[in-house]
Design a protein around this ligand. Structure first.
Ligand SMILES: C[S@@+](CC[C@H](N)C(=O)[O-])C[C@H]1O[C@@H](n2cnc3c(N)ncnc32)[C@H](O)[C@@H]1O
Length: 195
């Protein structure tokens, strides 16, 4: 996934992993990845930092790959759960030291609106003990049809997203890095926030 030759529509993981790694080096024990796909970050958190890690996703094929790889590689302490991540589901979850939520919220925001997305993020905040690592699609990703459905994030989408996270109750919101976007020269911000 981190090779230089990425197929169209794929993204690098290394920029985001370096932000996650810094957060994990501060000693959290439990990690939740919401929308974990094939479990790349879940596996690395377990393998490299010995965290108790749970990945959640509703894509059966991606989750099956994640689960199989974890067993084949005997990754200690990593597990996966099938679920539709909704406010109802989030309310049932226990709390985790670190929550990873990458490249999912823009889909929720353009489908259900900003107010719904804010309530959704408040549910995530309630389950975050120490830190959230967050990234989302931005309105300046002009090649993507969904970008037009997002609120206009203005000339500086990273500032818009940080303000949005504060409006969800997160504090000490910082931009900890940048990463690539799908089929676009736009750079996504990678944010760390505290509950
Ligand atoms: C664009 S991918 C991002 C994957 C990974 N977080 C990353 O950044 O590399 C979005 C993932 O979130 C999952 N997803 C989106 N909405 C979801 C929901 N409501 N419940 C469960 N999984 C969801 C999708 O199945 C997909 O695997």
């Amino acid at each position: 996934m981190d090779g230089k030759l990425l197929a169209a529509g794929e993204r690098q993981c290394s920029d985001r992993w370096s932000v996650i790694g810094k957060v994990l080096s501060e000693g959290p024990i439990s990690v939740l990845d919401l929308g974990c796909a094939e479990g790349y970050f879940v596996s690395r958190a377990a393998q490299e930092y010995g965290c108790f890690t749970l990945g959640v996703d509703a894509d059966v094929r991606r989750l099956t790959v994640a689960q199989e790889l974890t067993v084949i590689n005997k990754t200690d302490g990593a597990g996966f759960m099938y679920a539709n991540i909704s406010p109802e589901f989030l309310r049932k979850l226990p709390s985790f030291d670190v929550v990873i939520f990458l490249a999912v919220l823009h889909h929720i925001m353009y489908e259900h609106g900003v107010d719904y997305a804010r309530e959704y993020m408040k549910c995530i905040r309630n389950k975050t003990r120490k830190a959230l690592v967050f990234e989302m699609g931005q309105s300046n990703e002009a090649a993507m049809d969904w970008a037009r459905l997002l609120p206009d994030m203005g000339a500086n989408p990273h500032d818009w997203i940080m303000e949005f996270l504060r409006s969800c109750g997160f504090s000490q919101v910082t931009k900890a890095g940048e990463t690539d976007a799908y089929q676009s020269n736009a750079r996504r911000g990678v944010f760390v926030a505290h509950p």
